[in-house]
Design a protein around this ligand. Structure first.
Ligand SMILES: *[C@@H]1O[C@H](CO)[C@@H](O)[C@H](O)[C@H]1NC(C)=O
Ligand SMILES: *[C@@H]1O[C@H](CO)[C@@H](O)[C@H](O)[C@H]1NC(C)=O
Length: 167
């Protein structure tokens, strides 16, 4: 005959096993459901590309920036700050980063968007390094929570190319 203690223990073990299975299933469905952020930036046009009187290269680009950052919005998200930067290498610096556009997303409803824009901030190189330059566009984000620590990450889009000649 089983003692009460033995049966209680069996019931508890069973309950814990069920709980463990449920947790495993829940976290599995979580990982299956974790959507990833996506972004795409197209250079629609090089509006103009010049050497300034001071010798610095400047280019004006028409961009189509599209992104889906909706997954960043949880009960704890206050807002998300995003910026698009051009990143390239020069003989002087292994990484030059020029911010071209930024925005603040206050609501999940606004987190899936596309915008057709010219660069909001000037794309200037402190030199004359931009002709024929390969560059990356990166979409950076900072998630500002209601409580807790800010988190940040980025998506790198490689393979952009500036014209060989000024225009
Ligand atoms: C910008 O990109 C979005 C998403 O890819 C597309 O639906 C839209 O038509 C594009 N707009 C322009 C002006 O190219
Ligand atoms: C551009 O992106 C490529 C591929 O991710 C990377 O290897 C390269 O270092 C990047 N260039 C710069 C200047 O960040």
């Amino acid at each position: 005959m089983h003692s009460f203690g033995y049966r209680a223990n069996a019931v508890l073990t069973f309950a814990v096993t069920i709980l463990a299975v449920m947790c495993a299933m829940a976290s599995l469905s979580d990982t299956l459901n974790v959507p990833s952020p996506s972004a795409d930036v197209k250079v629609l046009n090089v509006n103009w590309f010049q050497k300034q009187p001071n010798g610095h290269d400047e280019v004006s680009l028409a961009l189509n920036i599209s992104a889906d950052l909706q997954w960043m919005f949880t009960w704890n998200t206050k807002q998300v700050f995003v910026f698009v930067a051009a990143e390239y290498e020069t003989p002087q610096n292994s990484l030059n980063q020029v911010s071209l556009w930024d925005g603040i997303i206050p609501l999940k409803e606004h987190a899936k968007f596309w915008i057709h824009t010219t660069n909001k901030y000037r794309f200037i190189d402190q030199g004359s390094n931009l002709r024929g330059k390969d560059f990356n566009l990166t979409l950076h984000w900072h998630v500002m929570p209601k409580t807790g620590k800010m988190s940040a990450d980025k998506i790198v889009m490689a393979g952009y190319h500036l014209p060989e000649e000024y225009r």
